[in-house]
Design a protein around this ligand. Structure first.
Ligand code: MCN
Ligand code: MOS
Length: 762
């Protein structure tokens, strides 16, 4: 896929650090972008999923006869006639469960579990026939959510335990303490493009068009499920309508769609409906955390005791790391953080923008605010007083931590100094006004990833990688990196992404892709450029054959001699004169000493190959501080966010326009989480009932005020090849507690359970 050029760009815009507009933007807006399920293939059939209506039990009988007789129906799949697939390696690179993999089961462990699929000539026929399937169940009692006492305390996840000093004793002895419980409900990714795929078999070769955050990982799972070589799977995903963590892994409906295509010998399109997306994969699990803080009378932290739990499914394991921010944000001589996981009847929860960091910050950033009020201290002052100068858990220095600068810049721009401390002390007519602060952090993750750079005969260049762009800006920043490094105008760079036939890339998850792929492109481009200069100097047919090495420069697509030595020649002209049709270089993003590990996993850079942020001499993280104003209508309990100023440290920014957009997107999701988002579970049926965008509310433009974002980062050479840190998930961290803290300041009511809906304020 080639990018449509969106407009003419200034040279500075095209360089690294320039504000180049998204290269994929125009095609998306004009409807020219080819989304996965929009392909119209010869003989395409349509599949529709049927989901369980009970949350726990067994299918006694599934009557498909009426559906099979319905017009246009080609195949009805159930647990009884599905293909037996192989169990696939997990994303941590460990073997999958014993026995075959079956996407359709007779045993039911959550409401909305896939139980059947109907394939027909048209989507309408498949939908009509799906309604004719009759399932009779033997129902068992279900555990509806983390709120269900039947779920109990769950079981501990020892890997999550963090412990130093003697937190319990220090808390008991502390002169000032607070303790409270903080909760978050189930939350959902709800990308506007729902999940779906088109699968097509040609003998034992499989082509899948599917939106994906991780082409190689999903292609690998499909290869294993269907017992074919990885090379025989082609995953194509050039455009993705958002993912937010939900499109990284192969899902049961994908297995069903591919299986149906195999069994029918025809291509199959399967798209889950919006309500079905609420159980076809999991969003953020429900969480609860108890935090106790002990401090001196002048606000120095002495102890943090943190006990948390998240829900997981009956047969899957999802751990939402709730202690990650708790242990990083503030200096404390004593800390204990433990986490349990509780089994409930739900689909296995998944990843939603900043899994772990987001709810973790909700806890600690609310608790520190409570402590500030207990001490009658300014909430910003207490944060600065307990500033963590190093990573205490890893016992390593931060590579860079511009959090103090973020607090300073944010407070100054927001006007924090004008805040009056007491709750309910600021008012505008019938609106109570509240100002709150909340901080956040996100780690820098590193996984092997490759990019290919190709300088072509016409002097233009191509960048290729199976990495993806779901809107975050990969196409654009990779074009900028290649343009600047090669000395070729950005208009002459084509970036190809989202195709498993291209060099391997890791998951666009964990906010790592930008740093990894710009690193790989930079290395490949430097090497390609060196090769070009080498040829220019050494080739007997080159006009520069008599020159010394390293005296040539490349700019605007021309190779220039030293000083005022003339106009130089165009790259295309040089390649023609020396008889080369291209220069091609492949590079991996990891440093050379990590390459053997990378080679081992080259084909599938799994999450097991991801380096932790403390793997090395430093602790690598991005940081942020949000200053938020709310207006609360006293009569109705409605909360509006009226002003946001956030200052963030993501290191060096490759494209500030796109970074600002990413940060604002994260903040907007944080506002949704604080005020609107809640999967409401009907306790009787253990079912999420608000499973559409009319009932599961996400923010609209009218909910969002002007958001001001300020970059306080400095290039961080330890974090990545080009000095950037994490961007994509950072800004959603810390927003919800900043809003809850502002609501407390406005109203005097401390809301400890999200979302902050109006009934909680009345
Ligand atoms: N960037 C930059 N300079 C840096 C780092 C990043 O200019 N130093 C910019 C680039 O435009 C880059 C973007 O920020 O494309 C995000 O970079 P990064 O933080 O590395 O995140 P990833 O590319 O790995 O993207 C994944 C991340 C995650 S994990 C979620 S969840 C999320 C997010 O991105 N989902 C998104 N942002 C999203 N944005 C959109 N539009 N849609 C989603 O589904
Ligand atoms: Mo993002 S939740 O790590 O895909």
């Amino acid at each position: 896929m080639t990018i449509m050029e969106s407009r003419k760009h200034g040279a500075a815009d095209g360089a690294l650090g320039g504000r180049l507009t998204r290269l994929d933007g125009t095609a998306k807006i004009k409807g020219e972008a080819d989304y996965a399920v929009e392909h119209d293939l010869e003989g395409l059939t349509h599949a529709v999923m049927v989901q369980s209506t009970i949350a726990s039990g067994r299918i006694n009988r599934i009557d498909t006869s009426a559906a099979e007789r319905a017009p246009g129906v080609l195949l009805v799949l159930t647990a009884d006639n599905q293909m037996a697939l192989n169990s696939a390696t997990t994303w941590m690179d460990t073997p999958g469960p014993e026995g075959p993999y079956q996407p359709l089961l007779r045993e039911i462990t959550f409401s909305g579990q896939h139980v059947a699929a109907v394939v027909a000539e048209t989507f309408e026929q498949a939908t009509a026939a799906a309604a004719l399937i009759k399932v009779t169940y033997e129902e068992m009692p279900a555990i509806f959510s983390l709120e269900d006492p039947k779920g109990g305390e769950g079981f501990p996840i020892d890997l999550m335990t963090k412990e130093w000093g003697d937190a319990a004793a220090a808390l008991a002895a502390a002169p000032v303490k607070i303790e409270a419980e903080y909760k978050t409900p189930r939350e959902y990714n709800v990308p506007i493009e729902p999940h779906g795929l088109i699968a097509k078999w040609d003998d034992d070769r499989l082509t899948v068009w599917e939106p994906s955050q991780w082409i190689d990982g999903m292609a690998r799972t499909y290869a294993e499920w269907f017992g074919i070589a990885f090379e025989n799977v082609r995953m194509i995903s050039p455009y993705i309508g958002g993912g937010f963590g939900s499109k990284a892994f192969a899902l049961p409906h994908g297995a069903v769609g591919i299986m149906a295509a195999k069994m029918l010998g025809r291509p199959v399109k399967l798209v889950v409906t919006r309500p079905q997306t609420f159980t076809a994969f999991g969003g953020r699990p429900g969480t609860r955390q108890t935090i106790a803080l002990g401090a001196t009378e002048d606000g120095q932290l002495l102890s943090i005791v943190h006990n948390s739990a998240n829900e997981t499914s009956m047969d899957g394991m999802a751990v939402e790391p709730l202690g990650v921010v708790t242990a990083l944000m503030y200096a404390t001589p004593n800390l204990s953080s433990r986490q349990n996981v509780v089994r409930v009847n739900t689909v296995t929860p998944g990843a939603l923008r900043a899994p772990g960091e987001n709810p973790s910050a909700w806890g600690i950033e609310s608790a520190i605010d409570e402590l500030a009020y207990e001490l009658n201290m300014d909430p910003l002052e207490i944060r600065l007083k307990n500033y963590a100068e190093r990573d205490q858990e890893a016992d390593k220095p931060w590579s860079t931590r511009q959090l103090r600068q973020a607090f300073d810049a944010g407070a100054k721009t927001f006007g924090w100094a004008k805040r009056s401390h007491a709750p309910r002390s600021m008012r505008d007519g019938k609106h109570l006004i509240g100002w709150g602060v909340g901080a956040g952090t996100y780690p820098v993750r590193r996984t092997p990833g490759e990019a290919l750079v190709r300088i072509l005969a016409d002097g233009s260049a191509e960048v290729a990688s199976s990495g993806i762009d779901m809107g975050q800006g990969t196409y654009t920043i990779l074009a900028q990196t290649a343009a600047e490094t090669l000395g070729i105008p950005v208009e002459q760079i084509r970036v190809k992404l989202g195709d498993s036939a291209l060099p391997r890339a890791p998951v666009a998850g964990g906010s790592q892709l930008a740093n990894l792929m710009t690193g790989a492109v930079y290395k490949a481009a430097i090497a390609a450029r060196d090769e070009l200069v080498g040829l220019a100097i050494n080739d007997p047919n080159s006009p520069f054959r008599d020159l010394q090495a390293n005296t040539l420069t490349i700019s605007q697509g021309r190779i220039l001699p030293p000083r005022e030595g003339g106009e130089g020649i165009a790259i295309a002209e040089l390649l023609r004169q020396i008889g080369r049709d291209k220069i091609e270089v492949l590079r991996n993003t990891l440093p050379e000493d990590k390459q053997s590990k990378a080679d081992h996993y080259r084909n599938f850079s799994t999450i097991a190959t991801m380096q932790s942020p403390t793997d090395g001499d430093y602790s690598l993280h991005s940081w942020c501080a949000h200053f938020i104003e709310v207006r609360v209508d006293e009569d109705f309990g409605t909360v509006r966010v009226s002003r946001v100023v956030s200052a963030l440290d993501s290191g060096r920014l490759y494209n500030p326009k796109l970074v600002e957009s990413q940060w604002k997107g994260g903040i907007i999701m944080g506002i949704g989480q604080a005020l609107l988002e809640e999967g409401i579970v009907d306790h009787r049926y253990a079912r999420v009932i608000n499973n559409n965008l009319g009932d599961y509310l996400v923010p609209t433009h009218a909910d969002i005020p002007d958001i001001e974002v300020i970059s306080v980062g400095i290039p961080d050479p330890h974090a990545s090849v080009l000095g950037g840190k994490a961007v994509g998930e950072l800004a959603i961290v810390g927003v919800a507690p900043a809003i809850a803290n502002a609501v407390f300041h406005a109203t005097g009511k401390r809301i400890r359970e999200l979302p902050i809906s109006l009934e909680k304020l009345l």
